[in-house]
Structure formats: C-alpha cells, structure tokens
Design a protein around this ligand. Structure first.
Ligand code: COA
Length: 328
C-alpha cells in the first residue's frame, strides 16, 4: 500500500447572477435588515432562476478547478458532488456533472452530509489518493438551496443562498496537502434541520405538498449551540493530530452558517478575527458549497498561498460535522 500525500491542486467557484437582498426579503416576510444583519451577518445571498439548477453551477466550478490544476479532465477518476439539493433523486448530480464536464474516465457520485458534505468528500478522496487507488479526483460542493426554502418561514428563508465550489485533489509532496481530517455525525439530532417529504417515508403526495413537507425545517437556536461546540472541538483535535498548535494556523475557513457561530468558534479556539475568513455578508449560507467558495476566494485574493497552514471546519444537518488541516 502506498502512502501518497493528497492535496488541493486547483479550485474554482460559481454562483447565480441573481441577488436577493435583505431589503427584498423585507417585502416577502416579516423581517428587517437590522434583524438579519445582527443575528446572522448576512446582507445578501445569490438566488438561482427557475430554469437554473445545481449541476450547472457545479460544472462551472469544476471546469475552472480542472483548468487551474493544469491537468486534463480525462485524468479525473472520481467526481464527488456534495449536495443536499440534487438536480433530481436519480441519477446522482456527480454523474450529471461528470457528463457535463467530459470526465469520461471517472466515477460520479453524491455525498449527502448537508453543510459538512465538502469535508466528507475531501476525507474520503484523501484516503483513496493516499492508498494509491486513484490519482486525481474532483470534490464539488453545489447547492440551489433557495428552491428548498419556504419563503413564508422567516427562520430559514433569510439564511440560505445558492452557489458551488470545486477542488481538484491529487498527489502532493510530503509534508503538504491534507495533514489531518475527520468527519462525524449524530443522527439523534436529525429533526433539528431536515426536509421530511419526498422520500420513502412520506412520499410525495398532495398532502405533503400542501403541508410544505418538501421544504427545509430548522430549529436554529438549538443547532447554534451544538454547531459551536462540535466545530471548535473537532478543529482543536485536528490541529493537534496534524502536529501543530492553533497559533500555527494561518487561516481558518469555516462553513459560513452564521457570523455569530463563526465568531464563537474562533473565540473558543483562540484564533484572532483577522485569521478567520468570512463571506457570509455577500453569500449567505450555501451549505456544502460554502467552504469551497470561501477557500477559492482566499486563494484568488492571496490570503492563502503556497505554504499556508489552513483549518477547515463544518457543521450541518444530520447533524454532521468535520475538521480538516491542510498545508498548501
Ligand atoms: N426576522 C425577524 N425575526 C425573526 C426572524 C427573522 N428572519 N427569524 C426568527 N425571528 C424571531 C423568532 O420568531 C423569535 O421571536 P420570538 O422571540 O417572538 O419567538 C426571535 O426572532 C428569536 O428567534 P431565534 O430562533 O431564537 O433566533 P436566533 O437568535 O437563534 O437566530 C438563526 C436564528 C437561525 C439565525 C440562528 O439560530 C442560527 O443561525 N442558528 C444556526 C443555524 C445552523 O447552524 N444551521 C446548521 C448549519 S447550516
């Protein structure tokens, strides 16, 4: 068995042109820019048109990532799409993206881990590259959450936005790439954030549609506490596992769930504000797409460069969570 380090060798991201501002939401539900800003940090989010769907944004991000990685798309052996909002229940959005980008030598699949999906994908692919099963893979986080949001529920509709981010993973030199990564879940909290309809339990009937069972339901304030604790604990564990201390971390790129969650995680870890990336004001919460979009923005703006030590951490429905330490 080989022991090949795996790292991110190219990234890309994409999102719809459409923007939904807090002022727009004030006209739809009983809310205010002031409430949304102080409780979440969000000022606007991207919103797909009715004729736009998840795989389109995933494919755009993936094409950009492959181009920046400088490899041929036919060298990709696995396309993992992390999504909670697939184009359809079958086939997987990963297989649809595989066809759209021409990754003819790959297997396509989806990972369902809500907002932690990108870290689930990274963790799985890292071990496949490390053991020599595959050389290059795409891990994509892609979501059109605004089609699963109930625009009469002010507790959820102000939070979620659309977009996609993608990373090409491949072999990197020793001491670089993914140094430590771990994923967790606790299904006992399943009903804290879920979409009850559409599956084999309730099916899709006139009744489920009338009840709005196909929309996301969230107990936001209960999730808040578990999210902070889970992200902070797994982050601290992964930093130690990677052989570093929190002070060695150059940049933290957390899942963009809520600015208050990000601030609380950073304060629990003892990381100063300037080392914690946030784009939640412009993007809202894009679930599995939030980390790869934010990470690509950091790379493009030079906040993360060759040699940077980066901590990623996520939390989402399931509940699921994860932490990853990467040396770029
Ligand atoms: N505008 C105005 N008022 C709102 C509102 C909105 N958009 N949404 C909720 N409220 C009201 C509630 O009805 C409640 O009113 P009440 O006190 O009269 O009953 C009050 O604000 C407080 O609601 P609460 O849900 O306790 O607010 P909060 O401070 O917890 O903020 C979230 C709500 C959703 C922003 C926050 O809980 C959160 O971000 N949670 C974590 C989400 C998360 O991590 N999800 C998983 C990962 S994606």
């Amino acid at each position: 068995m080989t022991n090949q380090n795996a790292g991110i060798i190219g990234m890309g991201h994409a999102y719809p042109e459409g923007i939904l501002t807090n002022a727009d939401l004030e006209k739809i539900v009983e809310t205010s820019d002031e409430w949304i800003t102080t409780r979440t940090g969000i000022k606007q989010r991207r919103k797909a048109r009715a004729d736009e769907y998840t795989s389109q944004f995933g494919s755009l991000a993936a094409k950009q990532a492959v181009e920046r990685a400088g490899i041929d798309v036919t060298d990709i052996e696995l396309v993992v799409c992390a999504t909670t909002t697939p184009d359809q229940i079958m086939p997987s959005t990963g297989a649809l993206i595989q066809a759209q980008i021409g990754a003819v030598n790959a297997a396509g699949m989806d990972v369902f881990a809500a907002c932690s999906g990108f870290l689930y994908g990274l963790t799985m692919v890292e071990s496949m590259i490390r053991t020599g099963q595959i050389k290059y893979a795409l891990v994509i986080g892609a979501e059109v959450l605004t089609k699963y949001v109930d625009y009469t529920d002010r507790g959820t509709c102000v939070i979620f936005g659309d977009g996609a981010g993608a990373a090409v993973l491949g072999p990197v030199a020793e001491g670089k790439g993914i140094l430590a990564t771990k994923i967790r879940s606790d299904g006992r909290y399943a009903e804290q954030l879920y979409s009850p309809g559409g599956g084999t339990k309730l099916g899709t009937t006139h009744k489920t549609i009338d009840n709005g069972d196909h929309f996301f339901k969230m107990k936001g304030n209960e999730l808040f506490k578990i999210a902070v604790r889970s992200m902070a604990d797994i982050s601290a564990e992964m930093v130690v596992k990677a052989g570093y201390t929190v002070d060695d971390i150059d940049m933290v790129v957390p899942h963009q769930a809520n600015q208050r969650i990000t601030d609380a995680v950073a304060s629990r870890l003892g990381v100063p504000e300037e080392k914690v990336y946030s784009n939640i004001a412009q993007m809202g919460n894009t679930s599995s797409a939030s980390i790869p979009i934010a990470l690509d923005e950091c790379i493009q703006s030079g906040k993360i460069k060759e040699g940077s030590l980066v901590l990623l951490t996520a939390f989402g429905g399931g509940v699921t969570w994860g932490g990853t330490v990467i040396r770029f």
